[in-house]
Ligand binder design. Structure first.
Ligand code: SAM
Length: 357
């Protein structure tokens, strides 16, 4: 049972010293990693209470979500995104919380689409039937839908919101019909909870063109009571699926791609595995995260972000903000997953729903 925590949001990064002037050179951090992907959390709220992400014991009726005034407006998000793109970001993923709970999200999509980046979104799919077409029309290109099981009882035990599988499946169909496919489907695998459904999930989506990605259960945040023995190593997942439907490795689409690709030998498509626990990929990590309230994180496991919202709201120029972002990236040295150990695993960490999954 996860313990009640007093504060699961990070400390503020405090007063901001001036950043060195950005010289225009390609950005690389202290480990030589380039900046490529930005994930933006557009809300810290969610209508699910997934046991591994926003457990109901913590995110209950008394939980204080961010007030509207504290979260970045669409104009602020777009201004920051434009600065990031000028610094080299090629892909933006909107996430949360549940991004489709943010009112009028297609308006934000329409504001970001002209940036010409790979624009995508991760959702629990619960409202996609309604939202798929407006999202596509606003300029969204692709979508990822989380679905942890096709078995009703297991899925509802995991989402802890009595949400039925059928509605998510209809949402995936709606996304494909709107032109947002092929859809990526994320399944977080927890041993003893839904790992018995791995093969069913693979079988269901084989041959559809959609791509299931099996995700190792991660020790993000401090509220999910994570234990290593609940992680199913992706090697085991590939072996289990491959015994039934033979697989072969496929090339990454680009350097630093999070999922490792495997294709069915009979041509029925591909799956992905995300092995952030058993085969940490920090050395290729090219991601940053912008939290709902405008703090910038270079690691999912960070304890502290860099407060961009204060710069925005204190009237900083685009150039000044750009200098800070460049400096944050250049001094980046984190590689939490590679260093994961008894000590680091017990540090208080920022929740995924806040920082953006
Ligand atoms: N609400 C949206 C959704 O459900 O997809 C977006 C936010 S959610 C935090 C983004 C992704 O993070 C989901 O695919 C979710 O399953 C995954 N996730 C959350 N907690 C996780 C954990 N402890 N380990 C692995 N993946 C996790």
């Amino acid at each position: 049972m996860p313990q009640k925590v007093i504060s699961i949001r990070p400390r503020s990064s405090g007063a901001v010293p001036p950043a060195p002037h950005y010289d225009g050179a390609a950005l690389a951090d202290t480990l030589g990693r380039a900046m490529r992907d930005l994930r933006i959390s557009v809300t810290d709220r969610c209508n699910f209470r997934c046991v591994y992400c926003m457990p109901r014991e913590v995110f209950d009726a008394n939980y204080k979500f961010l007030p509207h005034a504290a979260i970045l407006s669409f104009e602020e998000i777009t201004r920051l995104a434009t600065i990031f793109v000028r610094l080299g970001v090629k892909k933006i993923r909107l996430t949360g919380g549940e991004p489709l709970l943010r009112k009028d999200l297609p308006r934000l999509i329409a504001m970001l689409a002209p940036l010409g980046i790979d624009l995508t979104l991760t959702t629990n799919g619960s409202t996609l039937i309604k939202h798929a077409r407006p999202l596509k029309e606003a300029g969204l290109e692709r979508i990822t839908v989380s679905l942890d099981s096709l078995d009703e009882a297991t899925f509802q035990r995991m989402n802890d919101a009595e949400f039925p599988v059928a509605k998510v499946l209809e949402g995936i169909d709606a996304a494909a019909a709107a032109g947002l496919g092929p859809v990526k489907i994320n399944m977080v695998v927890k041993r003893g909870v839904n790992d018995a459904q791995v093969l069913d999930m693979a079988r269901h989506w084989r041959g559809t063109g959609h791509i299931v990605r099996f995700i190792e259960y991660m020790d993000v945040g401090s509220t999910n009571g994570w234990r290593m023995d609940e992680v199913v190593p992706s090697g085991e997942i590939v072996r289990r699926i491959g015994e039934r439907f033979p697989l072969e490795p496929a090339e990454a689409n680009y350097a630093g791609e999070v999922a490792e690709r495997w294709r069915y030998r009979d041509g029925a498509g591909e799956i992905g595995v995300i092995s952030s626990v058993t085969q940490a990929f920090c050395r290729d990590c090219n991601r940053m995260r912008l939290s709902t309230e405008g703090s910038l994180y270079t690691c999912l496991f960070a304890q502290q972000g860099f407060d961009l919202k204060s710069l925005l709201r204190d009237g900083a120029s685009d150039d000044a903000i750009r200098d800070h972002v460049a400096a944050v990236w250049r001094r980046r040295a984190d590689r939490y997953s590679e260093l994961r150990s008894a000590q680091t695993a017990n540090l208080p960490k920022v929740e995924m729903s806040y920082i953006g999954g």
